[in-house]
Design a protein. Structure first.
Length: 719
């Protein structure tokens, strides 16, 4: 049984409600008791359960009083309204007590009703239930932690009124009991002080020893606590690394938590970086990092995996002339074209071929039915049309579960992308069009290579993956009915075109990147958001008036000048020195200011093309730029530990000021790369990355995931 049930809005009274609960439980308490009243408040009383309202309803039925903490936000709360409605239907209004925390409650004596226009702290289902002005206490004046204490006489006075109702006593009688309890406690305390004082002289030596032992115990306890935190951090690091490729979202969050336990752990920082940059890919002409998802949904009860699939009537929407050209007879007895899905502009189509045997996988192909784009492969001669045709743009094998979920929404609204479920991931396929660029190449009418990358976080097979209407958001559903949404445009990196008349600058705080060409000067933040334009005069960037709210006048330094545009190999960039001159770098050899070798970095398989040292020597950058092979950039700490490796990006590299990011410039590295003539900026400051993830509301670790991954929140309190 509960003496009272506290009904409140978390948004309005998240701090006040616990203080009221604690004060009511302690008011007039004998010194030997833990509490005098049993109060129900959801955050302190509810256990983890899927049956939330059932538990609340049960608590309401077992409560003698309902304390409604009145405020405008409480009056609008769905849950508060339900709790009050239950009380009205099942209990007496005489047992409903009101504590006004914000807004107004105005009673009209002449009409015996509340002023509806001025009373904004009572829900509609309560305003009309009183025949006379109800009892309530006023807590609007108490906001901060110091005021919300029984030591505050004004707060104590209001709590006394409420406690008296719950105890069924007059306020003066309850206050008298409280005073007596305090006096008894003072007598006991003073007696103990006299006894201890008398013993102190006799046991001074023992006390000193006890203090020393206590300090040793505290130190041992702190050491054990720190060791536990480090163990939890290391466990989260291992799990983060394990999930790095399959679930970068949770991988990043686990690395973030490991830093909460052990902020100086370089392995936690490394795991954070690897999760952030686990799957860099080009999308919408821009380089992106991992495709993070927003939030995991509840299991969708109305969606079940299909139990059977049959195509009784082929749904063929493709012109017969095109089918004839590529040699398809959809009426074939064994392998036939059973269905097609057209893209929004009806220029691309998915072809579905039924399997040759029971339980075999379906064949799905992407074709350009206009004939403009093909993928060069094994050319096939069609005797009937006397013409050659090529492979489809994309081909995949899917189960009938997955086939059943495919429809027009597998194409994006703008006809640019196709999403197809495959195992526990979803393939994103770029549909080519004239003028589209990928890694420096432009799609034309003769040869096109669709860009593919994967997203996914499911532990079981996906059965559906679809685009939303007029957005590049992909939603996936797996066999368990779990859904995840990915915003493909949320993860941009800053990619800046770099020509032979371009100079790249950074402000001295390392927060902005500025590109100056003959025609314009543009400024971005580290995540690729364009802030505006302006001009640079004597190493000072001055924004145009229209953008002065986004960025103010800042001092800048050049980080990449036009001389690099036509250079190859960057042989003159293999030495660097820290700002204070204490650390020098020559290729992979790290030495002190006197030239004594301190460290040798090991990990690259090719000759180093460029290096850099952070301002105070905390981190090192190395890059390779092979003529044949894959460019590569590595980030190291000052102990020689490899923190991050980024493939396909190398050449010229360097840190931005304050170590918040570094850049790569890969052009002319290797013959095979044909790399994009752009500078890419890679943010690496952990605070910057975490703030960006939180700002964009990337999925946060749930309570069930905390339990699953062994996250002990009690160890985070003092962080």
């Amino acid at each position: 049984m509960y003496d009272a049930f506290i009904s409140y809005s978390h948004a309005a009274d998240g701090k006040l409600a616990p203080a009221v609960e604690k004060s009511l439980q302690r008011f007039g308490i004998p010194w030997w008791k833990k509490r005098v009243l049993n109060i129900f408040r959801d955050e302190s009383s509810l256990s983890v359960s899927p049956h939330l309202w059932t538990n609340i309803e049960e608590a309401l039925s077992k409560s003698s009083y309902l304390i409604y903490m009145a405020s405008p936000k409480s009056a609008e709360s769905k849950w508060v309204k339900k709790e009050i409605n239950y009380w009205i239907e099942n209990k007496s209004l005489d047992t409903l007590l009101i504590a006004l925390t914000d807004g107004e409650i105005i009673w009209d004596e002449s009409e015996s009703v509340f002023f509806d226009s001025r009373t904004n702290s009572l829900p509609d289902n309560l305003k009309t239930k009183f025949d006379e002005e109800p009892f309530y206490i006023d807590l609007r004046a108490f906001k901060n932690k110091e005021e919300l204490s029984l030591k505050n006489l004004l707060f104590q006075k209001e709590i006394l009124k409420l406690a008296a109702q719950l105890h069924g006593k007059a306020p003066k009688d309850l206050a008298s009991e409280e005073l007596k309890a305090q006096r008894r406690w003072r007598i006991i305390k003073n007696t103990a002080i006299l006894i201890l004082t008398g013993l102190l002289v006799f046991s001074i030596y023992q006390t000193i020893e006890a203090i020393n032992n206590k300090n040793d115990a505290i130190e041992q306890a702190n050491n054990a606590r720190n060791q536990t935190k480090k163990s939890i951090a290391n466990s989260l690091i291992a799990t983060s690394n394990y999930l790095n490729q399959t679930n970068p979202t949770v991988s990043f969050r686990l690395a973030e938590y490991s830093l909460m336990y052990d902020s100086s752990n370089i392995d936690s920082y490394s795991a954070l970086l690897r999760a952030f940059y686990s799957n860099p890919h080009y999308y919408l002409g821009q380089l992106h990092g991992s495709s993070f998802y927003d939030n995991k949904s509840q299991k969708m009860k109305d969606i079940e995996p299909p139990k059977d699939l049959e195509f009784y009537a082929p749904d063929i929407k493709v012109p017969g002339s095109f089918l004839k050209k590529i040699g398809i007879d959809y009426k074939s007895e064994f392998l036939f074209l059973s269905r097609t899905i057209l893209s929004p502009e009806s220029n691309f189509s998915l072809f579905f071929y039924s399997p040759e045997a029971d339980m075999a996988e379906y064949t799905v192909e992407l074709w350009d039915i206009t004939g403009e784009f093909t993928r060069w492969g094994n050319r096939i001669w069609n005797d009937e049309t006397e013409d050659w045709y090529d492979d489809p743009l994309y081909q995949q094998y899917l189960t009938y579960n997955q086939i059943d979920g495919l429809d027009e929404t597998n194409f994006s609204y703008d006809n640019r992308y196709l999403v197809v479920p495959r195992n526990n991931k979803a393939n994103i396929i770029s549909i080519p069009f004239s003028g589209q660029k990928y890694l420096g190449r432009t799609f034309d009418t003769y040869s096109s290579i669709p860009l593919e990358f994967e997203i996914g976080s499911s532990s079981s097979q996906l059965i559906r993956a679809n685009f939303s209407t007029e957005e590049h958001i992909v939603s996936t559903i797996d066999l368990k009915g779990d859904t995840v949404s990915f915003n493909l445009e949320k993860m941009p990196l800053l990619t800046i075109p770099f020509g032979n008349k371009t100079t790249i600058y950074s402000d001295i705080e390392g927060e902005y990147i500025i590109s100056e060409t003959l025609n314009s000067t543009t400024v971005w933040n580290l995540f690729g958001e364009k802030l505006g334009t302006g001009k640079i005069d004597k190493d000072v960037f001055k924004p145009d008036s229209a953008f002065q709210k986004s960025i103010k006048t800042v001092n800048v330094i050049s980080i990449l000048s036009p001389e690099y545009y036509n250079s190859y190999g960057f042989e003159n960039d293999t030495a660097a020195i820290s700002m204070d001159g204490l650390i020098k770098m020559n290729g992979t050899i790290i030495s002190d200011s006197l030239g004594k070798e301190q460290l040798a970095l090991e990990g690259h398989s090719e000759i180093i093309s460029s290096v850099d040292v952070s301002d105070l020597g905390e981190y090192f950058l190395t890059a390779i730029c092979p003529k044949i092979g894959v460019p590569e950039t590595k980030l190291w700490d000052n102990k020689g530990k490899e923190l991050l490796t980024i493939k396909n990006f190398g050449g010229k590299v360097g840190f931005l000021p304050k170590n918040k990011a570094f850049y790569t410039y890969t052009i002319r590295c290797c013959v095979e790369c044909d790399s994009d003539p752009s500078v890419v900026v890679w943010p690496i400051d952990k605070t910057v990355l975490i703030n960006w993830v939180n700002k964009n509301q990337i999925h946060e670790i749930t309570d069930s995931e905390k339990s699953q991954f062994g996250i002990e929140t009690s160890y985070l309190i003092d962080n």
